[in-house]
Design a binder for this molecule. Structure first.
Ligand code: GAR
Length: 217
């Protein structure tokens, strides 16, 4: 069974979606550890309650990004991960760190990349007036919120939507596509090949979700 290490900074609902999928028998991976850069991250408690090893590498204890990333990698590598899963991990990572995990480092971002990288993605989407918004799971490259796309989910933007409305609508989709990406990886169906995603998925599990429960009956 493949080993995964999940990195969080806060709430950890994507991490919890993976724990739930694992517990339901839908995600055959060993969640070897959950690592946070913030000692107060709420997700740490949920991980510990689920019996998963937790670690904190507090970025505030380090002089710079290089020192922090080295300590973080040393912590992660104790668990010999096949895959490192960034789940609301709100740190910019250095190029050496990203290269060390090339092909085994994935992230989820609350927009349809390459639109709206960075923070406040729902505010950006509302300001642009887009009618379709969503979330993206991608392999990580040194550029922020950038990299080969594994799976995306789209949701409609409705007149009157607030940032909170969009965040909630999209989070539901995040909790579906992120476990799906890890499931593909665990099954050996997903890899990074010369900077391109290789995905052995059939149409019924295609690499796009159009929020099916939001379609009119
Ligand atoms: C999620 O919406 C995730 O897409 C976003 O942070 C939230 C974490 O929620 N990540 C980013 O913005 C990364 N650029 P969670 O802690 O409940 O999983």
């Amino acid at each position: 069974m493949k080993n995964i290490v999940i990195l969080i900074s806060g709430r950890g609902s994507n991490m919890e979606a993976m724990i739930a999928a694992r517990d339901a028998g839908n995600l055959p991976v060993n969640i070897a550890a959950v690592v946070s850069n913030r000692p107060q991250a709420a997700g740490l408690r949920a991980a510990a309650q689920a019996g998963i090893a937790t670690r904190v590498v507090d970025h505030e204890a380090f002089a710079g990004r290089d020192a922090f990333d080295s300590a973080l990698a040393a912590c992660i590598d104790q668990f010999q991960p096949d895959l490192v899963v960034l789940a609301g991990f709100m740190r910019i990572l250095t190029a050496p760190f990203v290269r060390h995990y090339e092909g085994r480092l994935i992230n989820i971002h609350p927009s349809l990349l390459p639109s709206f990288p960075g923070l406040h993605t729902h505010r950006q989407a509302l300001a642009e007036g887009v009618r379709i918004h969503g979330c993206t799971v991608h392999f990580v490259t040194p550029a922020l919120d950038h990299g080969p796309v594994i799976i995306q989910a789209a949701v409609p933007v409705i007149d009157g939507d607030t940032e909170a409305d969009l965040a909630a609508r999209i989070l539901l989709q995040e909790h579906k596509i992120y476990p799906q990406a890890v499931r593909w990886f665990a099954a050996g169906k997903l890899s990074l090949d010369n900077g391109r995603v290789r995905l052995d998925a059939t149409l019924d599990t295609a690499a796009a979700l159009i929020a099916p429960e939001l379609r009119p009956a």
